[in-house]
Design a protein. Structure first.
Length: 191
């Protein structure tokens, strides 16, 4: 096992870089102030590979990078105004996504349906937090915020969750076999 502090930091940094690459990629939709973002896809993949602690650290580093002004948030935005603005609740809510889905992935080793359940629960918590934030910031009622910030994104999020559960699990298996990550975050080897 090549498990050293340097290796762990490198893998966390690599997954932070993946989030920095996918996070700004977004698709604006006319019915909502919230663009379709690939940030949650990066988080799902990160926690599939690193588990909840390192995955959450990776996401927190991403948030700090965006907070200090590097344009890594959706549509290549950054800074405190973005984080504290109407869609900032989703960015903050993604912390819960990383923790909850990562815990499920670690606790239910090899059970892909439980990985998916954890990602769904984490997404629900993220959406609840982000929707309340959006409603307060944009002076909308909760239902209007839900229609603007959640409902249009559910089909895409379902696809992101499935992709992450399958692809992330395969990547994790390969990294364990290569000795790059600890087997405490084990891969599903039953296929």
């Amino acid at each position: 096992m090549k498990n050293t502090k340097t290796l762990n930091l490198t893998i966390i940094a690599l997954m932070t870089a993946v989030t920095c690459i996918l996070g700004p990629l977004s698709i604006a939709i006319p019915i909502s102030p919230v663009p379709i973002s690939f940030t949650n896809l990066a988080i799902y993949l990160t926690v599939m590979i690193l588990g909840w602690k390192k995955g959450t650290i990776s996401y927190l580093v991403y948030l700090l990078i965006g907070l200090v002004g590097v344009p890594v948030f959706s549509s290549f935005t950054s800074g405190p105004a973005k984080l504290l603005g109407p869609t900032g609740g989703y960015l903050v809510g993604f912390i819960f996504l990383a923790i909850i889905s990562g815990i499920f992935i670690e606790k239910f080793n090899g059970k892909v349906l439980m990985y998916i359940a954890g990602m769904i629960i984490g997404t629900i918590v993220t959406y609840a937090f982000g929707t309340i934030w959006l409603a307060c910031q944009a002076h909308m009622n909760f239902t209007a915020a839900l229609m603007a910030g959640v409902i249009p994104y559910l089909p895409g999020d379902a696809a992101k969750i499935l992709i992450s559960a399958i692809v992330g699990n395969e990547i994790r298996k390969r990294l364990i076999q290569a000795g790059f990550i600890a087997s405490s975050v084990k891969a599903d080897t039953t296929r």
